[in-house]
Design a protein around this ligand. Structure first.
Ligand SMILES: NC(=O)c1ccc[n+]([C@@H]2O[C@H](COP(=O)([O-])OP(=O)(O)OC[C@H]3O[C@@H](n4cnc5c(N)ncnc54)[C@H](O)[C@@H]3O)[C@@H](O)[C@H]2O)c1
Length: 415
């Protein structure tokens, strides 16, 4: 497994600064995440940043300064989205604006037919998530989502061990995240469920994506409890009080019998996340300690306690520092490697819209369960909203749709 880590790192390094013409990217939204993408793209040096657009002049100036700071050529500053999409130097568009804007911005740029990188969560509502997943099926170029946690070192190794069936058939999955409160944002959109989609959709779609991938089947029942205990209880923006949750416990039953749980706590001093997966042959533990505070380096580890496994005692799998600099402990670089490959026609494990849709469905059901105080039957809830994501192209990987007699076809679902 240590060899796997070495080859993952070597493969990334070997892909940096390739010869030949590099595609030009334009970024919509140069806030915190847009600027992380600027750093990752320029560090990887597989593409160039040709232009930026942000409706907030201060953010736009910060974006331009970031490109120049990291050694990129001064980017164009577009005055509107049309100027960006019409620019023939733009080969791909990165949408890094707040969650509630994603659908409208996609609609504004889709006529360009250019490859799109869309930040997570792809939408704030089930309707918009299904709309975008359906639109992606008809879109002539790749659309990749920003769910890069799957490329954190401990999760790349865990997913690869599971793919090789090193634990045998999986039965239980346990995930948790402990972290400090949400950071400040431009317009404080992440303090309001209407703009973010709610805490479990906004923040935790990463973990539901991992959970769904490992389970390999649609979620059928979700039970959750949670609420707001500590964070932003007195917070108001433009007179409006914040309404977001800061903790949750979620249990998910999957169609294939896999059982999963997720714990979120957002009033911790430091960041800690862990994954435990148990199969017939053993259990895998993957962990990460990190911090928003300076001079506290992150640390990732993994162990696979299956008889005779080389990583039985576990080992430190933290990425080397130069990789970590790419953002989110290195995972953002791997996501850009995937995106660049997709643009050139290579298929890979870049997060697609079907996976983004189901991460949102799982998170949304958990939020509904918290609100209603009861177990949510996923299919019944979707049917009650006339939404049908159980269709070819909308089910990730090799998931199979539930077999039922009473499914009501939806006008909004694909025929
Ligand atoms: N993948 C991850 O781990 C990760 C981490 C953080 C944020 N994100 C996602 O990235 C996106 C942006 O988050 P952020 O943290 O950068 O927020 P932010 O508030 O720091 O930046 C958002 C930027 O978008 C701009 N903007 C808003 N509406 C716009 C519009 N209609 N047109 C052009 N610009 C517009 C704002 O002016 C701001 O500069 C969100 O979807 C968020 O969920 C992902």
């Amino acid at each position: 497994m240590k060899d796997d880590l070495d080859s993952i790192v070597q493969n990334l390094r070997a892909s940096m600064s390739p010869d030949g013409k590099k595609p030009g990217y334009a970024i919509v939204g140069t806030g915190m995440m847009g600027r992380e993408h600027i750093r990752a793209v320029l560090l990887l040096n597989q593409a160039t940043i040709v232009g930026l657009y942000d409706s907030n002049p201060k953010s736009l100036a910060l974006g331009v300064a970031e490109v120049e700071r990291v050694g990129g050529k001064a980017p164009k500053q577009y005055t509107d989205l049309a100027a960006l999409t019409d620019d023939s130097a733009v080969d791909a568009i990165l949408i890094c604006t707040p969650n509630f804007t994603h659908r409208a911005i996609f609609d504004s740029v889709k006529a360009s037919k250019k490859p799109i990188f869309l930040e997570k969560p792809m939408a704030t509502t089930l309707d918009d998530a299904l709309y975008l997943a359906q639109a992606a099926l008809a879109y002539p170029a790749p659309i990749q989502l920003g769910m890069q946690y799957r490329y954190k070192s401990q999760y790349q190794l865990a997913l690869s061990a599971l793919e090789k069936s090193e634990l045998g058939p999986v039965h239980t999955i346990s995930l948790c995240e402990y972290r400090p409160p949400f950071l400040g944002k431009v317009g404080e959109w992440n303090k309001f469920s209407a703009y973010s989609g709610g805490t479990l959709v906004e923040k935790c779609c990463h973990y539901f994506d991992l959970m769904n991938r490992i389970a390999g089947a649609p979620p059928v029942r979700v039970y959750a409890t949670g609420g707001r205990a500590v964070n932003f209880t007195e917070f108001k923006y433009e007179g409006k009080p914040s309404d977001i949750d800061d903790h949750a416990l979620v249990i998910v039953d999957y169609q294939n019998g896999v059982k999963a749980q997720f714990i979120l706590n957002m009033f911790s001093e430091e960041l800690f996340e862990s994954l435990a997966v148990s199969g017939a042959k053993g259990t895998l533990f993957a962990e990460e300690h990190a911090s928003f505070k300076p001079n506290r380096p992150s640390r990732s580890s993994i162990k696979v306690q299956a008889k005779g496994h080389a990583a039985y005692e576990g080992f430190d799998c933290t990425y080397p520092e130069d990789i970590e600099l790419g953002g989110h402990y290195g995972s953002t670089l791997f996501e850009h490697q995937r995106f660049r490959d997709q643009i050139t026609g290579l298929k890979n494990d870049g997060a697609n819209c079907a996976e983004g849709l189901w991460a949102i469905i799982t998170a949304w059901m958990a939020q509904a369960s918290i609100e209603q105080g009861q177990v949510i039957d996923v299919q019944a809830m979707l049917a009650s909203k006339s939404l049908n994501p159980y269709q070819a192209g909308l089910l990730p990987q090799d998931w199979t749709a539930p077999i039922t007699d009473d499914w009501e076809t939806s006008e909004r679902g694909l025929a």
